[in-house]
Design a protein around this ligand. Structure first.
Ligand code: ATP
Ligand code: MG
Length: 355
């Protein structure tokens, strides 16, 4: 089995290390198109951190959260060996040989039972504040929540996400206790975050986009791509790591690339066909928007000879629809919309040609 080693990301790595080198003061939102390598970058960095950091990494992917108990389960991880949660904190603070990495926040059965019984998230948030405060006496806690958009719409009395943002603001700007990174590839969620008044001046944004040309060529060189193969890879995959990895692992690279394009083109055509038959429905807040095939094509046609548009250039319903369908990516910071990948751009152009 060929192992693909982590590639480059020097610039993003430096930006994150600079953040970790200073006192926590802002929440960092890490965003970027689908499959651009956000999780790979964060998990790689976690591995490399020096011994004074304690990282709590929580990935909400695949977690179904609709109520308080689900939320508690997603955050915490039971440590069956310890009776007292103070013991856990003591271990975390005293281990100095290497930096500690946890998936989930270690906790004892007693505390977990209490949360399940009390059913109020005030307790959870207060508990977390105390927890990080104790750790911060000896170490630098780092909290990473990946796929944060999973709880974007969860309501438990009020929207859970606002309570979480409050905790993040407490931990960073107010108490300077703990670094907080929130990772997402959901452009509509990051747009909401970007225009959220309560976060204004309290967070920063870090984009992790696909590799640029130079990074891509260096990556392909590692796997001995010929010049022709490199051209094919860049033409079809651009710098999308997951797509490049697929080509690394395959023979007959051009054939494979064409096949990937064919699949994506077919998927988009399928979406248009469904829209024609049934209407393509998306919910936006309380509203339901229905797009027909003509609407979708009209949006796609804008990419016939453009690679990206200004965010305001597409009518809102079409923009929302194509983003929800994971065809387009919106960058709220740069205020641009572009296809999620080079492959998507080519597929869009095939669809326009075939229409
Ligand atoms: N810097 C890198 N070096 C080598 N491979 C990478 C790199 N970044 C990403 N990859 C590859 O691309 C795949 C997708 O990356 P990853 O899951 O990190 O993307 P993501 O942006 O978190 O995706 P999502 O939008 O689904 O959250 C990884 O499984 C890995 O194989
Ligand atoms: Mg990810």
């Amino acid at each position: 089995m060929r192992r693909i080693e982590f590639h480059d990301r020097e610039q993003e790595r430096k930006e994150i290390m600079d953040i970790l080198d200073t006192e926590p003061s802002l929440i960092t939102f890490v965003y970027g198109p689908i499959n651009s390598g956000k999780t790979a970058l964060i998990t790689h960095l976690i591995e490399e951190l020096p011994e004074d950091y304690v990282v709590f990494y929580i990935n909400l992917r695949g977690k179904f959260i609709s109520n308080y108990d689900d939320f508690v389960r997603a955050l915490f991880k039971l440590d069956r060996e310890k009776k007292e949660y103070k013991e856990i904190l003591k271990t975390i603070s005293e281990v100095s040989l290497k930096s500690l990495k946890f998936t989930g926040i270690p906790i004892t059965e007693g505390v977990l039972d209490l949360f399940f019984r009390e059913k109020t998230h005030d307790d959870v948030f207060e508990f977390l504040e105390d927890y990080f405060m104790e750790i911060a006496e000896n170490k630098v806690p780092v909290l990473v929540v990946d796929e944060l958009q999973k709880i974007g719409d969860v309501r438990i009395n009020t929207y859970l996400i606002y309570e979480l943002f409050n905790l993040f603001i407490r931990l960073t700007k107010e108490l300077h206790l703990c670094h907080v990174f929130a990772v997402t590839s959901d452009s509509l969620f990051i747009e909401r975050v970007y225009s959220e008044a309560m976060l204004s001046g309290r967070c920063r944004y870090l984009v992790v986009d696909d590799f640029d040309l130079e990074m891509t060529m260096e990556f392909l060189d590692k796997y001995n791509f010929s010049d022709m193969e490199k051209d094919v890879a860049w033409k079809y995959c651009g710098g999308k790591p997951v797509c490049l990895v697929e080509l690394v692992n395959r023979g007959r690279r051009e054939e494979k690339a064409r096949e990937m394009l064919g699949i994506r083109t077919g998927q988009i055509e399928g979406l248009i066909e469904d829209a024609k038959e049934f209407g393509y429905k998306i919910s936006y807040g309380e509203k339901e928007i229905v797009l027909n095939d003509g609407d979708i094509l009209k949006g796609l046609e804008r990419f016939g000879d453009e690679e990206y548009l200004k965010a305001g250039e597409l009518p809102k319903p079409i923009k929302l629809g194509l983003i929800k369908a994971n065809i387009l990516f919106l960058d709220p910071v740069k205020q641009i919309i572009k296809p999620q990948s080079r492959l998507n751009l080519l597929a869009i152009r095939e669809v326009i040609k075939n229409a």
